[in-house]
Design a protein around this ligand. Structure first.
Ligand code: GCW
Length: 669
């Protein structure tokens, strides 16, 4: 059978170098594991599976190492210096008394350590003097699935939902376990199984049984299951007259429902809520606030360890307003009023998941409210499963942004990991890009985005390049030249995409399904769902003035941040049109006028897709032929579509700029 990408980065193909293999084999003669919890069993099974594949030998398991040496010992419980270095989910791997010890305070720490050890072997690192210590920096590391009960996925580009609701709970697709393994290998410890545009149906007994069956598969991998909830469920499901969060009957309904959920799923993770956003019901329907809504659910959750994750993705259909400012305006007044069980989940960008946005001004602006971050792995605005966009740089760019909330060095990462404001609840969420396609993500290279998200949620200090290297080595090839070609492709892919799609801080040139260029789009049921609302092209210039002469959204940032962006003469180009309406003839720092700079970006980036194709061809000899061909096809499509994007933008903007396309580029026809 062709290697179709199903095994992700957990391929465990036989290591080709016999010396390396025998070296590893000497250190992996047995697996000693004391204890038999389901999580430890997952760790042992994975290690056996991995070693069987990598080394080609069946490694026996023993209840204890005794006096034996040359094996791998999985140990729950650490003491002394080892203990100080680890948090509850951390691990330490060390060579001690002739064995490789994988230690954790908890069995899940050992599971993560086991995957880390396998990663060392998969990427060809020496284990002779292995000494690794790692603890996750963020507590809740989760995927958000926008999967609907009817099997479709909102903004999903890799087939239908993984969850076969009609077969559950009796039939358990073996794939659920592989999903859990893949997530656990990255340290992901939560999954929200249904869409934030939630169906109340998920809360019926019928569906809770199905969700409980999924939870049963996830549990041995340290993964908790969460549900998105429909705020009006007391009315639609419970038959009440209202869903007002201050109504005693409504409160009782949620209390009873939450208790019922726990009868099915005792370790239920919690609720995720999209309320009063894009037409979803919420507390404001009853004159109540986000705090009233979130705290009501938190009260229902009180007897249980679960959390309430309340999304801050809100904006109003206001043609004269600035959507950029909405979440900050609606949420900052509530800082300090949320129940301690509540985490407010904020998208990385103030508008949405655009190809490049400045960080949301909410980060750093709510010191008394745990803020989680939401990234989007599924490429809603990044060319679906066709265009290559490696997203680690998207996540890193946001996390490394300095909010200056408590002076220099107050990065978004430090807001999210709790170290800046002392949040005890911390959360990083990624909107999943998985689906029923055999290779999980449609474009096999998009697996790297799932991988990168999980690794960064665990440790946001890892670099995009290091993560790319790991993923390529584990998933595609270990041939050094091929690795460097693919790494180069991944690392440049996002900038290439941005430059033909939304260069220099342009945003949202699409409507509808968010794929085709429609910068001319000015008709929609909502003024803020047109393209012209965002880019503001006119005869003078282009871009959204968010300085004091415009919407003044910049005032939502600290002065240090504001100063970086508020002056049109030195605002960094990636953010220029986010904050300024710039004349077509304005000279930029590159020496070109705005118009010429835009054209240069559109043309060179469309050309750069050719470069991506060439790099891929250079890696070909070291790649699986089926996977090679699949990606080559997608890159060819990307090239055609990059030209389509370029031409659409250039022809549209030219109507305003009234300038020729500069040499040496050719005018589109
Ligand atoms: O970007 C928008 C998407 C919607 C999505 C919404 C959200 C789930 O187009 O499909 O709804 O964001 O994040 O709530």
């Amino acid at each position: 059978f062709a290697d179709d990408g199903y095994r992700l980065w957990l391929k465990y193909d036989r290591l080709t170098d016999a010396t390396v293999r025998s070296g590893y084999a000497r250190s992996a003669q047995f697996i000693a594991v004391s204890g038999s919890s389901p999580v430890l069993k997952s760790a042992t099974n994975e290690l056996q599976l991995g070693l069987q594949g990598l080394l080609g030998t069946t490694v026996p398991t023993l209840p204890s190492a005794g006096t034996r040496q040359g094996g791998i010992v999985l140990t729950v419980g650490v003491s002394g210096a080892d203990a100080n270095e680890l948090n509850e989910e951390g691990y330490r791997i060390v060579k001690r008394q002739g064995n490789i010890l994988v230690m954790g305070k908890t069995d899940v720490g050992v599971l993560y350590g086991t995957f880390a050890l396998l990663r060392q072997l998969q990427t060809g690192q020496s284990v002779d003097a292995i000494n690794l210590v790692s603890s996750p920096k963020v507590k809740l590391r989760m995927l958000n699935h926008w999967d609907n009960p009817n099997g479709t996925i909102e903004r999903g580009y890799a087939g239908g939902s993984l969850w076969k609701w009609s077969e559950l709970p009796e039939t358990i697709d073996p794939r659920y376990k592989d999903y859990a393994r893949a997530n656990a290998s990255l340290g992901i410890n939560g999954t929200v199984v249904n869409n934030v545009n939630a169906s109340a149906r998920m809360l019926t007994g019928e569906y809770l049984q199905k969700v409980a069956a999924l939870a049963g598969v996830m549990r041995p991998y340290g993964i908790k299951v969460y549900l998105s909830v429909y705020f009006a469920a007391p009315k639609t499901l419970g038959g009440l007259k209202t869903s007002d969060p201050l109504d005693p009957e409504v409160r009782k309904w949620w209390t009873d429902k939450t208790a019922e959920i726990h009868r099915y799923i005792p370790d239920f993770g919690g609720f995720l809520v999209k309320a009063n956003s894009e037409g979803e019901p919420g507390p404001q329907d009853y004159g109540r606030t986000h705090v009233d809504g979130a705290n009501m659910l938190a009260a229902a959750m009180k007897p249980f360890p679960g959390v309430v994750i309340w999304r801050a993705f809100v904006y109003k259909a206001d043609p004269t307003g600035d959507r950029f400012k909405a979440a900050y305006e609606e949420f900052t007044p509530f800082d300090g009023q949320f129940d301690p069980k509540v985490i407010v989940q904020v998208k990385n960008g103030p508008i949405d998941f655009q190809p490049r946005e400045p960080f949301s001004p909410l980060f750093g602006a709510m010191p008394k409210t745990p803020l989680g971050i939401e990234f989007q792995l599924t490429q809603e605005y990044l060319g679906f499963a066709t265009h290559l966009v490696y997203e680690a740089p998207v996540f890193k760019e946001c996390l490394e942004s300095d909010t200056y909330a408590a002076g220099k060095g107050s990065t978004v990462a430090r807001v999210i990991d709790g170290s800046l404001h002392g949040y005890s609840q911390t959360l990083m969420a990624g909107v999943a890009n998985t689906g029923s396609d055999r290779n999980w993500t449609g474009n096999p290279l998009a697996q790297a985005n799932w991988y990168a998200f999980g690794r960064i949620a665990w440790d946001h200090t890892l670099t995009s390049a290091a993560i790319a290297d790991e993923w390529v080595n584990m998933t595609l090839t270990r041939q050094p030249q091929a690795v460097s070609h693919v790494r180069a492709m991944l690392l440049r892919s996002r900038d290439i995409y941005v430059d033909y799609n939304a260069p220099i801080g342009l945003s949202r040139p699409w409507t509808g399904v968010h794929f085709a260029p429609e910068p001319w789009q000015n008709k929609s049921p909502r003024p803020d769902w047109t393209a012209v609302y965002y880019h503001r092209a006119d005869s003078v210039g282009l871009g959204f003035d968010r300085t004091a002469t415009g919407s003044n959204a910049l005032a939502q940032y600290r002065p240090e941040v504001r100063r970086q962006w508020e002056n049109v003469d030195n605002c960094p180009l990636p953010y220029l049109l986010w904050f300024h309406h710039v004349p077509w003839t304005k000279q930029l720092s590159t020496g070109r006028t705005l118009w010429d700079e835009l054209c240069t970006r559109f043309y060179t980036s469309a050309d750069s897709v050719r470069w991506l194709q060439q790099e891929w061809t250079l890696a070909k000899p070291a790649l699986d032929p089926v996977l090679y061909t699949d990606v080559a096809g997608r890159l060819a499509t990307q090239h055609r579509e990059a030209i389509w994007w370029r031409d659409a933008w250039v022809l549209y903007l030219q109507e305003f700029a009234k300038k020729p396309v500069p040499k040496p580029f050719k005018q589109p026809e």
